[in-house]
Design a protein around this ligand. Structure first.
Ligand SMILES: [Zn+2]
Length: 414
């Protein structure tokens, strides 16, 4: 499965070597590009053939990967030595002779940490194994660190473009949280994946995240330096759609809409995350839906965020009188979102839409309203009906996307 384009990171080989990835297994330095690239792609091919839980003989691996038996034996030997593969059991055979030994992924051979910065006032992180199994999870409250910063949906008036004000989220608690989880791992770490709101460059620089008070923050570099590990940073919605694809059995074409303090979307087309000309694809929150609507933090009126963000919906639900009123609030939000999504659905022929957000807001009422609105507007004998559902991974989608991102960059298995 090829998901999203490969991004080259300068100095990755050396950081991988420190961390216990696969880059250090080569016998030559990073300057002999060609042989090391071949070794790296051979290792990735073998790991991919076994990921996440296939057990195969070396001879079968040679057949599947197209590599010679000698190359496979070399690569398997290196990966066993590195603790990424283990031998286990024998292939049953009717032929006489010694049965072939099977090898598989050593799930507990490395630890991975993923961090989700998308929730208001809270940073969540997990420690996972090589198959994405969550071993530990931890959250910290960072609301005091951001006190004074308005949130979208609060009819905020603070200048969301200022970059270095005192209310921006400091990195120290995020680093501490990572260190705590890294400290709980008894095996070497493969890397850290971070899902952040805002726009993120290919090199992991957060170009703008107004809700965190960040502008041009070299987040991947800062964390890499502090943790001495490979770090990969993605937009939270991109991370969530990647997580759904890799660990939630999501299809190769899907949209994931993230309802949080803001509203964003991750778009996966033919297994590629759509990033766009300046990495802002999916930033749908500040598209004007009602030009006479509520004032928005961005300076416009009636943006999608002013009608469907979680802080806004929480307030509307708190003001509602009785269940029928609350159902109306959610149905109306679903209609707004469904209308907004109708054109991209027709444009791309995507038929699977996941919505992430806290329960009970993202529940039956809202999901059915989004689905019915899209299908009423778009469905015809030429265009398939759309299915709208909550994320298959629940609130862990962005976190598992962070895990998937590290696995893709470091091992090439996803
Ligand atoms: Zn706006």
């Amino acid at each position: 499965m090829v998901v999203a384009r490969e991004v080259e990171h300068k100095g990755m080989e050396s950081s991988v070597a420190r961390a216990g990835g696969i880059g250090h297994l080569g016998r030559r330095g990073p300057h002999s590009a060609l042989p090391s690239d071949i070794r790296k792609s051979n290792r990735a091919a073998v790991l991919k053939a076994l990921y996440p839980d296939q057990w195969r003989s070396r001879a079968d691996l040679a057949k599947i990967t197209g590599l010679s038996k000698v190359s496979v034996s070399d690569v398997v030997g290196e990966l066993i030595e590195a603790g990424l593969l283990v031998e286990g059991g024998y292939k049953s055979s009717s032929r006489p002779g010694k049965p072939a030994v099977l090898v598989g992924i050593n799930a507990g051979g490395r630890g991975l940490v993923a961090v989700d910065l998308s929730e208001a006032g809270r940073v969540s992180a997990i420690l996972a194994d090589l198959t994405g199994k969550i071993l530990e999870s931890s959250q910290i409250d960072v609301s005091s660190a951001q006190r004074g910063r308005g949130h979208v949906g609060d009819r905020m008036v603070s200048d969301s473009s200022s970059s270095s004000d005192t209310s921006s989220l400091p990195l120290e608690p995020v680093i501490r949280l990572c260190r705590t989880l890294i400290g709980k791992s008894s095996v070497p770490m493969l890397g850290v994946g971070v899902a952040t709101p805002g726009t993120v460059s290919d090199s992991g620089e957060v170009l703008a995240a107004p809700n965190l008070g960040w502008t041009n923050l070299k987040l991947a570099d800062e964390l890499r330096q502090a943790l001495d590990l490979p770090v990969f940073v993605s937009n939270d919605a991109d991370s969530a759609v990647f997580g759904e694809r890799c660990f939630g059995a999501g299809p190769a074409n899907m949209i994931l809409v993230q309802l949080a303090r803001g509203v964003g979307a991750g778009v996966l087309i033919d297994d590629h995350i759509v990033r766009g000309t300046s990495c802002v694809a999916g930033e749908i929150g500040h598209v004007v839906i009602d030009e006479n609507g509520m004032a928005c933090a961005c300076g416009k009126r009636g943006c999608l965020e002013t009608m469907t963000s979680i802080p806004f919906l929480r307030q509307r639900l708190a003001d509602a009188e009785g269940q029928a009123d609350r159902d109306d609030v959610l149905a109306q939000a679903g209609e707004v979102l469904g209308a907004a999504l109708s054109m991209p659905v027709a444009m791309t022929n995507i038929t699977d839409i996941a919505i992430s957000g806290p329960e009970p807001i993202v529940g039956k009422m809202l999901l059915e309203s989004v689905e019915n609105t899209i299908n009423d507007r778009v469905h015809s004998r030429f265009i398939d009906a759309v299915i709208v559902h909550a994320t298959r991974l629940g609130t862990n989608a962005a976190l598992l996307g962070g895990v998937a991102c590290v696995l893709r960059h470091e091992l090439g298995v996803l």
